[in-house]
Design a protein around this ligand. Structure first.
Ligand code: AMP
Length: 299
């Protein structure tokens, strides 16, 4: 089985109080695909413009990601510029250039899809709905989103919720979507809208998992030096779904370990700028952090 990941591919300009990095590799589907590629086969669906650096295509190929669904169109690649506050907690969007995403309808080779799980990484819910309909995955469908879409396309997002198995959302967005303060109540609301399982991401405070009567939590793997939190949520989603896709059977144990692997992958993402930093780690780094994680959470 493979994991199909659809979402944005971007050139990000990131400002932190210490550093500025321009036109670095980013986008929800890129972070998620690189992360998932350590656990399962991955096929990417997205779009870039003519200006997308060839060296970034190499990074994706080097991780054996199938990029036949990465559309290349005339024009400029999607760009996002953001600045973080002193604690690197909140990103303030300075500029979003939609560019090649404007009116984009993906062309998807028939070889993408089939026996697969699907991760709809953060992107316009209209496009997520379209891709879900086209791919018709045989396995699980997971979906991530952001505050922008709750504000701009609630109808599209609620339509999607009815059709997915795992919904990933951060704590602030879960409260915004549900109107509930308490995260249990927010998860209950989300499940009442159709999503099977709900994962609420709480940044450095870890994640909560809800599935009907079942609820469990995983802390974040705490890193000493956070340099750039961009893409942590996407990297988490990719690690979690990649881990699930790499397993023959899904049970509670696999789901718990999937959360842990998502957290571990996110810890690598925040240590450096740019999504290509994920391609510099190896399976031994992941195994090392998994061992430490077990020690950290044993009682
Ligand atoms: P996060 O850190 O989880 O907010 O994700 C940041 C990534 O999402 C960056 O690499 C951006 O390129 C991408 N991104 C930012 N805004 C959007 C948007 N409106 N739609 C899709 N992707 C976006």
């Amino acid at each position: 089985m493979k994991l199909v990941v659809a979402g944005s591919a971007a050139l990000d300009t990131i400002r932190t109080p210490r550093e500025v990095h321009e036109d670095t590799l980013g986008g929800s589907s890129v972070y998620a695909s690189l992360s998932a590629s350590f656990f399962s086969r991955v096929a990417l669906i997205s779009v870039v413009g003519e200006d997308f650096p060839r060296k970034y295509l190499k990074v994706l190929r080097k991780r054996n990601i199938d990029i036949s669904g990465l559309n290349m169109l005339p024009g400029r690649t999607f760009r996002w510029e953001a600045a973080y506050d002193g604690n690197l907690e909140h990103a303030r969007t300075i500029r979003t250039e939609i560019n090649v995403f404007d009116g984009f309808t993906p062309s998807i080779p028939y070889t993408v899809g089939g026996n697969s799980n699907l991760l709809l990484a953060n992107i316009d819910p209209g496009l997520q709905n379209y891709i879900l309909k086209k791919i018709k995955p045989s396995g699980l469908v997971a979906c991530d989103t952001m505050n922008l879409w709750i504000e701009r396309d609630l109808k599209g997002l609620l339509k999607l919720l009815k059709k997915i198995d795992i919904f990933l959302i951060n704590d602030a967005e879960a409260r915004q979507l549900s109107g509930e303060k308490n995260l249990m109540d927010a998860a209950r609301y989300i499940s009442s809208k159709g999503a099977g399982m709900t994962v609420i991401k709480k940044g450095e405070h870890g994640v909560l998992f809800f599935n009907k009567g079942l609820c469990f939590t995983s802390p974040a793997y705490l890193v000493g030096k956070v340099k750039d939190p961009t893409g942590a949520g996407d990297t988490f989603a990719g690690g979690m779904m990649g881990y699930i896709t790499g397993k023959k059977k899904i049970d509670t144990g696999v789901l718990r370990r999937a959360l842990v692997h998502g957290s571990i992958m996110a810890s690598f993402a925040v240590e450096r700028f740019s999504a290509d930093s994920l391609a510099r780690i190896g399976p031994e780094d992941i195994r090392g952090r998994y061992k430490e994680f077990r020690e950290l959470t044993r009682f």
